[in-house]
Design a protein around this ligand. Sequence first.
Ligand code: ADP
Ligand code: MG
Length: 594
Amino acid sequence: MTNKIKLLPDHVANQIAAGEVIQRPASVVKELLENAVDAGSEIIQLIIKDAGKTLVRVVDDGMGMNSIDIRLAFERHATSKIKVAEDLFALQTKGFRGEALASIAAIARVETHTRTKDEEVSHHLKIEGSNVIEQTFSTQPKGTSIAVKSLFYNIPARRNFLKSDTVELRHIIDEFHRVALAHPGINFLFFNNGNEIFDLPVTSFRKRIVNVFGTKLDSLLVPVEESTSLAKLEGFVLKPSQSKKTRGQHFFFVNNRFIKSSFLHHAIIKAFEGLLKPGYHPGYFLFLNIDTKRIDINIHPTKTEVKFDDEQSLYAILRSAIKHSLGIFQIVPTLDFLQNQAIELPYNYKDKTPSTPPIEVDSSFNPFKNVKSKVPLNILKLEGLHSDEKTEYTHDLKSSKQLIETPQITRVFQLFSKYIVCPLKTSMLLIDQHRAHQRILYERFLSAITSKKGISQQLLFPIFITLNPQQLEQFKETEDILDSLGFQIKLKDHKTLEVIGAPELCPSHKIENVIESILSESDQISDNQHFSYADQVAKSLAKSLSIKTGDSLLIIEQQRLLDDFFGCKETTVSPFNKKIFITLEKSEIDQKLS
Ligand code: ADP
Ligand code: MG
C-alpha cells in the first residue's frame, strides 16, 4: 500500500500562507512599508498604480541586503529579525514571521533592487509565482526598492474578489496612515497613479497627525499622558464633539504597532461616558508602551491583534487617563449637544422666512354633520374602516380631489419632543418624528437622484470645503449623484470644493457637514454590495438633515410632517428599517382601564 500523505511543494505552501497574510493590495503595502521601517530608513516612498492592483512599489534608503540575503528574503520562515523563540517576547521590529515576502512572491511578479552601504553595486532579483526568473547586478542607490506587480495574476479567483479601485485605495490609505502615524521620524511620500497624495516631513507626533488629517484637527486634539509601572500611555483623543457614528479615527498603537482591540476600544468609550450620544464613537490616536515580555503579538498572521497579560489593568489605566484629560481640558462645557435646545429655532425656520400657511376651505363642510377626521387614505386603511366611514370618505374623495392630495389632520400634538400623536376615531397613532422625517427625505432624495431633477438653490456666499485625499477619491465617485441632487460643486486646486448651490432641502449651515458625511460614509457604501450607491447617499442625506428627537415642532410643522409622511411610498419602516409608528386601539385603552 502506498502512503497518501505528501509534503506540499514550497510554492503551494507559500500560496496557502499568502491567503492569510495577503488579502488585498493594502496587505502588500503594509508588509512592504513595515519592512522598510525595520530596515532603519529615513525616507520611504510608496508608489501605487490602479489602487495597487497593477503595482505596489516601496522604495527606501535603509540598510539594504547583500546577494545572499536578497534570495533568502523570499524563502518562507526566513527572517533576520528573530533567531530563537524567546526573541518573540523581546521584539523591537514590526516583522518576525519571515513569511511576508515569500507569500507575496507566490502570488505576484516581484522585482527587487537592493544595496547595502558597503557595496558598490546593487542586486536585482525577479521572481514570478515563487520562481526566480533573473538575478543580476544593477546600479541603484543604497536601500531597497521592491515592486509588486499584477497581484493575484495566478489566482484569478482572488483577483476577481477585489473591490473597486476606490475601496482598495481606501484600504491602502488606511494602512499608510497607520504606519506613517507611528513613525513621525520618517519622511513618507505616497504617489497614486503618478500624483503625489502625501509628502509627510519628519516632525512631532502631533504635527504628523495634522499633516495627515488636515489642520482642522489641531485645535480638536486633547493630549493624554500617563505613566505607570505597567505601561506608558501617550497621545491624543479628539474632543467629544468630533465623535462619529461611522468608522472614525481610531488609532491605537502598542509598542509602535497598530493594533485592533475591541476590549481597549471599549475602555476609551467608557472614558467618554456621558459625553457622547448613544452609538457615537470618539476619535483617538494613542500609543501604549509596554514591556515586550507582557504581550504576545504572535496570535494572528497579520500581527494586528495582541494578547496582554494584564488586560484589566490596562483597561483601567486607559479609562482613567482619558477621563482625567477630558476633565483637565474642560471639554464638558463646550459640548454641542448640551446646548440649550430651547433657544434653537425649530428645524425648518432656521433658514427661511416663515410663509403664510395655506388655508383650505372645505365647501362641503356642514357643521351639523357628525365630524370625521380628515386623514389620509392610508391611515384610514390602517384603522380598519367601518362601512359608514368608508362611505363618508369616498364622498369626500368625489367631492374634493384636493382633499387627498393635501389632507388635513386637525388634531395633532407632540409628545416628549419625540412623537407626534394623532387621534383617530377608534385609535391613536404615535409617530416617531425623526424616523418619519428620514423616510420623507430619503424618498425625495432618491427620486431626485434617479430623475436627475434635484432642485438646486444658489448660495449667497460659496462654501469652501478642504478634502483629504481619501475624500477626494470619494468625491470623484459621488460627483454625478451630488449633481443630480442639486449640489453645484466645483473642484479647485485638486483638494478644495467650492459649493455654489445646494438642494433646496439642505440648509446652508449644514452643507459642509452633509458633504463630509457623504464622502466619508461612501467608503462603507461601496463595500456594501447589496445597496446601490445612490440609495446609500440618499440615506446619508436623510440621516443628516432629518428632524431629530428633541426638536420641538410647531403645530403646523407637525401637520406638514404627517401630510408629507403619508404621501410616502412606504410608511411602515424608516430607510434604516426601523418602525415609524404604532397604533393604539381604543379597545386596548379601554381594556387597560377596565
Ligand atoms: P519579516 O519581516 O517577518 O522578517 P519578510 O518576509 O517581510 O519577513 O522579510 C524577510 C527578510 O527580508 C527580513 O527579515 C529582512 O531581513 C529582509 N528585508 C525585507 N525587506 C527589506 C528591506 N526593505 N530592507 C532590508 N531588508 C529587508
Ligand atoms: Mg516583514
